[in-house]
Design a protein around this ligand. Sequence first.
Ligand code: MRU
Length: 318
Amino acid sequence: VPASAGSASAVPLRFEDGALLVLDQRALPAQERWIRCDSPEQVADCIRTLAVRGAPAIGVAAAYGMALASDRPAVAALLLDTRPTAVNLAWAIERCLKAADPLAEAHRIHAEQEQADRRLAAAGADRFREGDRVLTHCNAGALATAGFGTAGGVLLAAWELGRLELVWVGETRPLLQGARLTAWELRRAGVPHRVIADAAAGGLIAQGLADRVVVGADRIAANGDVANKVGTYPLAVLAARHDVPFYVAAPLSTIDPATPDGARIPIEERAPEEVSETSAAYNPAFDVTPAALVTAIFTEAGVLEPPYEESIARARPR
Ligand code: MRU
């Protein structure tokens, strides 16, 4: 089944004939290969190895994994253990643990994601102006949410409004979610874009070639600190230095009122071989951007602005 079947947005997963089908994002863009998961163990493997990735999409995948479980508490523990940073995972698993019918709940979580994405994309695109050149990092499009995309959805909505001239796509070392996945999505949507080496962002922003930065999030703490793909924090510092708005696009399910600040967000450390085959390496998958560097957070409940303790508490009460 081509990932493009029947819709403009890429489709990273679907539940069909009692199994979860996962588009293997490790093989993109070279190949569109699907993995059939008949068991929660196979779903956990797909999440751990990044066949499916992106905070909301792993939440949706885990929810379907719960629907395949016979021993729900054991499967919840297995799925929870796959990746520590994205809070959508724990949030979706918790919902399915409590639900009378976990499959119906998984379908609900999936459908709600699509609606949240559409709303936050419209709220975010409203901040854009004709001719904007926008820098993004990692992949926060449909592949990362199983909906319309968060930061990627904002870009598509801005493009539809005629307000987007160009997307600068940070390649996103070491696994190239930008160069492989975001570029693939933008090509399919016909949105003008150019891939840059992550290290090129500084010079580009200093030259005034980016009017805004928009990224997704894996977890937003109660004070507005944002964990996202490693390399996000340096972009926020650059944006602040050069007076460029720095936006975060995320559904309310990515906000974790139980995590008071960014220092308390667990940061996943992945295998050193992803960075270097020949030398010892350090491979944190995420970094934390302090709330003070975030201009606004686009959510389905509208645009949140500082002070974030207050705007977050109003939008996502504990
Ligand atoms: O390691 P990944 O590819 O799962 O990291 C994904 C990101 O950092 C995304 O920006 C984030 O999950 C938001 S996705 C809408």
